[in-house]
Design a protein around this ligand. Structure first.
Ligand code: SIN
Ligand code: FE2
Length: 217
């Protein structure tokens, strides 16, 4: 299928696509709520600005990040961890907006994980060229709850691999309003994002937002 044909697909949610056991891609699941979701992200960013965190190895991340909810994911020279306050402002992270929380619960339920109650919500902003190398989400104590991941704005190539870094990842295009859920046997799958291609999204501009929900405690 050509890129043009793909872009011409309708905005309505498509059929759920299984990625692996316990992992699903829901095309356009959040498309109808995109404006409200983007407004909610902006309220979070206004209170807790996006910033480029530094890895324990001293590398500045290309993705700009902030958080909302009881716990926020942070990285610095001391390591990766979840923290109740924003090291930038010294304040608790902004409350997780209802529209975001409910979207994550709805997507988790669709994927077979009812009763999802995320306590951490990481907001990632990708500019062209920004990427996320293959990693596992494993800083969370609760391994039973899935990861829920919302994409808005410019499309990205999502890399979804196996249980070891050496497993060759599958590549999926994630577009505006797409939601991915992975849990159960897929909970610790290696995943990442290829360098974002330049582009312009009519509602979001020159960026991609990814919002990742986790249940940490
Ligand atoms: C992440 O793994 O935290 C981000 C994934 C994405 O941007 O789609
Ligand atoms: Fe991740």
């Amino acid at each position: 299928m050509t890129g043009d044909l793909f872009d011409a697909l309708p905005d309505a949610p498509g059929e759920a696509q299984p990625l692996a056991e316990g992992a699903w891609l829901f095309p356009a699941l959040a498309r109808a709520d995109a404006a409200a979701l983007l407004a909610a992200i902006q309220t979070v960013v206004d209170a807790a600005p996006l910033r480029h965190m530094v890895t324990p190895g001293g590398h500045t991340m290309s993705v700009a990040m902030t958080n909302c909810g009881p716990l926020g994911w942070v990285s610095d020279a001391r390591g990766y961890r979840y923290a109740p306050t924003d090291p930038h402002t010294g304040q608790p992270w902004p409350v997780m907006p209802d529209v975001l929380r409910k979207l994550s619960m709805h997507a988790a339920e669709r994927a077979g994980y009812p009763g999802y109650e995320p306590d951490a919500c990481l907001i990632n902003r990708y500019a062209p060229g920004a990427r996320m190398s293959l990693h596992q989400d494993k800083d969370e104590r609760d391994a039973a709850a899935p990861i829920v991941s919302l994409s808005l704005g410019l499309p990205a190539t999502f890399l979804f691999g196996g249980m070891t870094r050496a497993d060759r990842p599958q590549r999926y295009r994630l577009a505006h309003g797409d939601v991915v859920v992975w849990g159960g046997p897929s909970r610790f799958v290696f995943h990442g994002v290829a360098p974002l291609a330049r582009g312009h999204h009519p509602e979001v501009g020159d960026h991609r937002y990814n919002v990742t929900f986790r249940k940490v405690t």
